[in-house]
Design a protein around this ligand. Structure first.
Ligand SMILES: Cc1cc2nc3c(=O)[nH]c(=O)nc-3n(C[C@H](O)[C@H](O)[C@H](O)COP(=O)(O)OP(=O)(O)OC[C@H]3O[C@@H](n4cnc5c(N)ncnc54)[C@H](O)[C@@H]3O)c2cc1C
Length: 382
């Protein structure tokens, strides 16, 4: 296995490193305090082509490989996890359903502005009573007046309530079906469609800059051309899209782990106790060595899942393994890094504390880690 980057991928990594260091990192502390999605930064990333990363040039993107996307994330996530979270949600689950399942007219109308960075994409699956159990959604779409009427509510939806949000691609049960054998379809609902409203921005432990809200659909009518893909295959489309999202969350986890490893190593070399830097204490050294070793293992799993996707091979199990391993590592490594910082690391003015807060959601979003266990166990034939 060789995961060395091509020249194009290396150029992209350089671009992301420079943008992250110059434009994102200096604003991270203030962005944390403000707790607002920095859409001006996302627009700048769009101008650099970063918002259409996994979309071919034909539809306004830059047609990057999944391996290149992971490598880009490793740079962006070092600077600010909220910005990286908004970016990755847009690039994967926010844009891919339209690219993979939409027709050319839909791609031209909605995907192109997303890929060119003129608008932000959102993925509406979760509901108050249906998270892990995606089949349990109750949002309904019924045929009416040459189109569809949608009623229901979505919970914790990212990127749908900002000043550059285009709306949402959502999953709904299609009415008229026997509930014992329900069918599901996906639809685009644009911002400003009558009956579609967004709730207030939700406040999380971390990812404070990510715009996450509940969405409400009250007799929302959309024309037939808003139905995305095969009307009987909506659930498969959404679950398939989440597989790419899992590689993305794994990559975000790698970036967080690298960030806290760097911070803890630097701090351990500077902080003097008992007459010597704490990096000279074996207990501290072992923590750092363990994080570095686990990070390398998680990195290999993540790049492997990404390279399988690039090769057009199945990657469901590998994506679940990468997400499980990397997100568990991120929460543990962040905790160890705070420990190495002592009291300073507990204070929210320190970058390591912000990364600690940002880590937990990595074990929840795009399928909880318990669900990743189920996916892996099923692949084992259980
Ligand atoms: C910041 C943030 C952003 C998000 N953005 C989006 C978004 O853009 N779009 C979107 O659609 N969703 C989004 N989500 C929702 C997210 O995908 C769900 O929170 C997640 O899938 C879990 O669903 P739930 O919260 O309903 O938890 P539940 O499904 O209720 O799970 C609760 C607990 O039960 C466990 N559990 C459930 N079923 C099983 C089982 N069969 N076996 C073992 N354990 C089980 C879970 O692992 C978990 O520990 C976001 C969430 C957050 C926090």
């Amino acid at each position: 296995m060789d995961f060395s980057l091509s020249e194009t991928e290396r150029d992209l990594v350089d671009l992301c490193r420079e943008f992250a260091q110059k434009e994102i990192a200096p604003r991270a502390p203030a962005a944390w305090e403000a707790a607002v999605c920095p859409t001006d930064l996302l627009r700048e990333m769009g101008a650099l082509g970063l918002l259409g990363m996994l979309i071919p040039e034909e539809w306004g993107g830059i047609g990057m490989s999944t391996v290149g996307f992971v490598a880009a994330m490793e740079q962006l996530g070092l600077a600010d996890q909220s910005v990286a979270a908004a970016w990755q949600a847009h690039v994967t689950i926010g844009s891919l359903p339209l690219y993979l399942f939409g027709d050319d007219a839909q791609r031209d109308r909605w995907l192109r502005p997303l890929a060119e960075g003129r608008s932000l994409g959102a993925f509406g699956l979760t509901e108050p009573d249906a998270g892990s159990d995606a089949r349990g959604i109750s949002t309904r779409a019924e045929r009416r007046d040459g189109g569809w009427i949608i009623n229901g509510r979505k919970a914790f939806i990212s990127n749908a309530g900002t000043d550059m949000s285009f709306g949402v691609t959502l999953l709904a049960r299609t009415a008229g079906d026997d509930d014992a054998r329900p069918t599901y379809a996906s639809f685009v609902v644009e911002t400003d469609t009558p009956g579609f409203t967004v709730g207030p921005k939700l406040r999380g432990i971390g990812w404070r800059g990510l715009d996450t809200r509940d969405l409400f659909f009250d007799d929302v009518w959309v024309a037939d051309d808003h139905l995305v893909g095969d009307p009987a295959m909506g659930l498969n489309q959404f679950l398939g899209t989440l597989e790419v999202g899992r590689i993305s969350i794994a990559a975000l986890s790698l970036s967080l782990t690298q960030a806290v490893l760097d911070l803890a190593t630097d701090y351990a070399k500077e902080r003097v106790q008992f007459g010597q830097p704490i990096s000279k204490f074996q207990a501290v050294q072992f923590k750092l060595a363990d994080i570095a070793t686990e990070l390398e293992a998680a990195r290999w799993l993540t790049y492997r899942a990404a390279s399988l996707r690039d090769a057009g091979l199945p990657f469901r199990k590998e994506a679940a393994m990468a997400k499980l391993k990397a997100s568990r590592l991120a929460t543990w490594a962040a905790s160890e890094a705070v420990q190495i910082h002592g009291g300073v690391g507990y204070m929210l003015d320190s970058p390591v504390a912000r990364f600690y807060c940002d880590a937990k959601v990595l074990e929840i979003g795009e399928g909880t880690n318990e669900i990743q266990h189920l996916v892996i166990a099923r692949a084992l034939g259980c």
